[in-house]
Design a protein around this ligand. Structure first.
Ligand code: PMV
Length: 359
């Protein structure tokens, strides 16, 4: 694993003050990452759709100061100072300071907001950390104007991964693979790469309606969940299965096989939750309405000859995936039937997006 490539050798420019704003998306895994070793190395490769509408916008103002041993920053979320978010970001800066030593020379003022409601149960760590990573890379590019776009994306993904594994998949789009896999050219355990093969047109602009089933704080964090995979009786088989599923998914995406896509995506979602059910201590993140929605989706698919399917992340919300061509039938089904199972009837229409945007 060549991490030395991410340690800057020379910084050519002297910059006193700089400010950068990035919009970076959330993502939804089709083949899931669950289980890791240090430092944030995935036990299996995963692939996700990058989202378009669910994103974080972050501005970092950098102003030069005396060099200190740890990063100095203030943090505002939706305009208010957020002390409770600071330890996670401080830990992130500590992890990346070897690769971004210049952050110790600046005072950073971070201002962040999400496009989705706070505590909607939509994980904000992927979009949040990828946005900070892009701001750091904008500063690095100013200090060293010779960096290529390719390197900037690669290193931003590498940095984001050190904050939250799935954040490594939130720099580019529409499909990103993270984790070394023999059939995915260029794939790596230390950064995400764009899916390198031509994808069938049926998956272009694929829709993802996120049904907000439970907006409460998760009872078990994903950090705890990943750790429980260490002593999990099914762990080795699961990691092997996920890598095999990524081979299958690669073929499905290229060939446009919707039926095989549905089968694999739903199986991955249920397997992720099966790992939680069979951990020790065991836990359940699905809610009764998660299951109600799944059954309604199956019924709709059978009776309407639809290609609708669901996936789940580490929570109770349901991501409803469907081709753009089915919007006219699926959207009314979401509004008239599935919305009843959501908290305050809330859902978010999203679709596949292209990754980080500089504002
Ligand atoms: O990035 P983390 O540590 O929050 O883990 C996320 C894991 C899942 O969302 C459940 C699956 C995935 O691959 O995104």
């Amino acid at each position: 694993m060549n991490t030395a490539q991410f340690i800057p050798k020379i910084l050519l420019e002297k910059i006193e003050k700089a400010s950068f704003t990035w919009q970076t998306p959330s993502n939804i895994a089709l083949v899931k990452y669950w289980g890791k070793s240090n430092p944030q190395i995935p036990k299996n490769a995963s692939i996700s759709f990058t989202l378009k509408n669910c994103h974080t916008i972050t501005t970092i103002d950098f102003s030069k100061k005396e060099t200190t041993e740890t990063a100095v920053f203030e943090l505002f979320f939706e305009g208010k100072e957020k002390e409770e978010f600071k330890p996670k970001i401080a830990a992130f800066f500590k992890r990346v300071q070897e690769y971004c030593p210049y952050i110790l020379e600046y005072k950073m003022s971070i201002n962040s907001e999400n496009s989705f409601p706070h505590s909607s149960g939509i994980a904000s760590s992927a979009s949040g950390l990828s946005a900070i990573a892009m701001c750091l890379m904008s500063l690095e590019q100013k200090l060293n104007p010779n960096l290529t776009q390719e390197f900037i994306h690669k290193k931003a993904s590498f940095l984001a991964r050190l904050g939250s594994g799935s954040a490594s998949r939130s720099i580019e789009g529409p499909l990103v693979v993270w984790g070394a896999h023999p059939e995915i050219a260029g794939s790596s355990d230390i950064f995400g790469v764009q899916f390198p093969y031509k994808v069938h047109s049926v998956f272009e602009n694929y829709q993802d309606a996120i049904l907000l089933v439970d907006k409460g704080e998760k009872q078990v964090s994903s950090t705890v969940g990943h750790n429980l995979m260490h002593a999990h009786p099914f762990a080795e088989n699961r990691f092997k299965q996920a890598n095999e599923n990524l081979s299958k998914m690669s073929k499905i995406l290229q060939e446009g096989d919707c039926k095989a896509f549905i089968n694999l995506v739903e199986s991955e979602a249920l397997t992720l939750h099966a790992m939680m059910l069979t951990s020790n201590p065991y836990f359940i993140l699905m809610k009764p309405n998660t299951l109600e929605i799944i059954h309604k989706i199956w019924e709709f698919r059978a009776t309407q000859n639809s290609n609708i399917c669901f996936t789940l992340d580490a929570g109770a919300n349901v991501h409803v995936l469907y081709p753009q061509s089915e919007q006219d039938t699926v959207n009314p089904f979401i509004e008239n039937v599935l919305a009843d199972y959501c908290q305050k009837k809330q859902y978010i229409y999203d679709s596949v997006g292209l990754g980080a945007k500089k504002l």
